[in-house]
Design a protein around this ligand. Structure first.
Ligand SMILES: NC(=O)C1=CN([C@@H]2O[C@H](COP(=O)(O)OP(=O)(O)OC[C@H]3O[C@@H](n4cnc5c(N)ncnc54)[C@H](O)[C@@H]3O)[C@@H](O)[C@H]2O)[C@@H](O)CC1
Ligand SMILES: Nc1ncnc2c1ncn2[C@@H]1O[C@H](COP(=O)(O)OP(=O)(O)O)[C@@H](O)[C@H]1O
Ligand SMILES: [K+]
Length: 539
């Protein structure tokens, strides 16, 4: 499991690991920063050697803010300079970390003012110009950056307020596209705890876009969470000697292949189709017949003991023709997956949908509620309050637009409006809110899919290629997750595992090019076989 811890928890663990942390005089840096810098330098040196053969002569530019994040970059820069790299530090602020500066200078590195508006490294360069645009980099900084092979972003770490000031933004804008951008601890500008990306006046994310993030002790939540996950690149965690017990429980988790393989239900000799789990599907209708096919195909391919399809004659006939394994009509099930491609005004599907919801609420039958089933849930919660998370196993699978509508529906009496854009900008806040308000586990779909429980546990999965954003992909996810619910997995596990397998199946179906939703469903058995036999995802 990849885990991330909140900034507060990291600070407590750092204080526990180094009791002298707060009292050390400037310039005398303790073991934690020196380990962080050593680990950072080793990762960067390895990456440079992989790319250009050797570290000697590589042009490394450090973007240095005023805090300890800049200190890490400067100490790492000193090590890289000692290894033969040409290292230039560009100072974004009026001061920089004393110990780091001394060590870089001693190793032969250069130190330059970064911002155009600053007269020297000792003068502030923070003012926005009168239109609020970035102040731009100094000409010396522009020259240094234009030839950089590697840029280390040490502007802001866990002590940073979200967003870049004008001086920092000017430096970041001058980073050449070909340079390898390595974020120190977190890409500067992101909100380390929430994963939110502040925007500049033109609406663009005001943060560093990294190819690689080297983080210390444990990942920070933003490295796993949407929307920040898309600006962090590959994440490498450097061990700096923090005690896991001092870190406490993770704020965010991501399933890795070992966990996924352990969770995936494997039938034994004692099993039959009923013990493995029967999934009932209420999906599609006379309009969206495809949703019925995609959801049931995914369920069959994900290894359901049995799939029952409930719907009007036209989709039922299509399912019967294409999937001889599927049993038409309602009956006993171990879980329901309902709502994918169901028009909330479809009278034919309203009855089965309501029955599945009632079975979930009254009898605790596990239930996935997607798309067209979400309004019925909102109505149920408005009438009867949140579901009991102990007595029910309900997984909601909205995309951002559906989550906005669900929250608006739940807050209708208060006249609340929730825009899709607000969910996209602050997905963690909205997913947690929906989980608390409904008593269900919320799976918020997107390029990074977020899972939140009513008691505040969070997982984030970034497994699929952008090609997965295609019509019907959500119906396939519902089929996979439904099978896992029917096999007895808790909604939080079923949702995360289904998301991971769905994303990896999309990668296989895509092989770098376009895919269609059915191909994702068809790729599921191969991905699961690979996972179970090798404990890793297919390449
Ligand atoms: N404390 C420790 O034990 C360790 C800390 N480490 C490093 O220290 C970092 C945290 O250092 P700090 O707490 O000094 O914080 P930062 O280095 O993140 O920055 C804090 C400084 O930046 C200024 N600032 C904050 N937001 C700003 C913004 N938006 N624009 C301009 N200036 C802004 C603040 O006034 C402050 O001077 C970590 O991310 C990590 O890189 C590592 O060396 C590992 C050990
Ligand atoms: N940019 C993206 N990168 C990776 N996966 C994505 C991206 N956009 C969407 N997805 C995934 O594709 C699926 C789309 O589901 P959904 O929005 O319900 O579409 P539909 O209703 O057409 O099936 C979700 O699993 C989502 O996580
Ligand atoms: K940084």
């Amino acid at each position: 499991m990849t885990t991330a811890h909140a900034v507060d928890a990291v600070r407590r663990a750092e204080a526990a690991a180094d009791p002298h942390l707060a009292s050390r005089p400037a310039g005398q840096d303790g073991p934690l920063m020196l380990r962080a810098a050593a680990g950072l330098a080793a990762v960067v040196a390895g990456e440079v050697r992989r790319r250009r053969g050797r570290l000697y002569g590589a042009r490394v530019v450090l973007l240095v803010g005023t805090g300890s994040n800049g200190g890490d970059a400067l100490h790492a820069g000193a090590r890289l300079a000692a290894g033969g790299a040409q290292v230039t530090a560009l100072l974004a602020g009026p001061r920089a970390h004393a110990g780091g500066l001394a060590s870089l200078r001693a190793a032969g590195g250069r130190v330059l003012p970064g911002a155009a508006s600053s007269g020297g490294p000792d003068r502030p360069g923070h003012q926005d110009d009168d239109r609020g645009r970035a102040a731009g980099a100094s000409s010396a900084a522009e020259v240094a950056l234009s030839g950089a092979d590697v840029v280390l972003d040490g502007l802001l770490g866990t002590g940073g307020r979200p967003g870049l000031d004008a001086a920092a933004a000017g430096l970041v804008a001058a980073v050449p596209p070909a340079a390898l951008v390595v974020a120190v601890d977190v890409p500067s500008g992101v909100d380390a705890d929430s994963g939110e990306l502040p925007r500049d006046a033109a609406g663009r994310p005001s943060c560093v876009h990294a190819d690689l993030t080297v983080t210390f002790g444990t990942a920070k939540p933003a490295l796993l969470l949407p929307p920040a996950a898309r600006v962090v690149g590959r994440v490498v965690v450097v061990d700096i000697g923090l005690d896991p017990a001092a870190l406490g429980p993770a704020a965010v988790e991501e399933l890795d292949p070992e966990q996924a393989a352990l969770l995936w239900p494997v039938p034994g000799p004692q099993d039959d189709k009923y013990s493995r789990g029967v999934l009932g599907v209420v999906a599609g209708g006379d309009t969206y017949t495809g949703a019925a096919l995609l959801c049931t195909t995914a369920a069959v391919r994900a290894g359901a003991g049995m799939v029952r399809y409930v719907g009007p004659p036209r989709p039922t006939e299509l399912v019967r023709q294409r999937l001889p394994e599927v049993v038409p009509g309602a009956g006993r099930v171990q879980a329901w997956a309902v709502g994918s491609g169901v028009d909330p005004d479809d009278d034919a599907q309203a009855g089965p949908l309501a029955q599945a919801l009632a079975a979930a609420v009254d009898d605790g039958v596990p239930c996935l509620l997607d798309a067209g089933a979400l309004p019925a849930l909102a109505a149920r919660v408005r009438a009867g309050g949140p579901l009991d998370p102990e007595g029910t196993a309900v997984l909601l699978t909205p995309h951002a637009g559906e989550l906005a509508r669900l929250l608006a529906e739940l807050g209708r009496e208060d006249g609340e409006r929730v825009e899709r854009s607000a969910v996209e900008e602050r997905p963690l806040e909205h997913a947690l809110r929906a989980a608390r308000a409904t008593g269900a586990v919320v799976l918020l779909k997107g390029s990074t899919t977020l899972l939140a429980t009513p008691d505040g546990r969070v997982r984030a999965q970034t497994d699929g290629p952008g090609w997965l954003g295609t019509a019907g992909a959500g119906d396939v996810l519902a089929g996979i997750a439904g099978v896992l619910l029917a096999a007895g997995l808790a909604p939080f596990d079923a949702g995360a595992l289904a998301t991971a397998v769905h994303g990896r199946a999309a990668a296989v179906a895509s092989a770098g090019g376009p895919l269609h939703a059915e191909a994702v469903a068809l790729a599921v058995p191969g991905v699961v076989a690979h996972l179970l036999t090798r404990r890793e995802w297919p390449a």
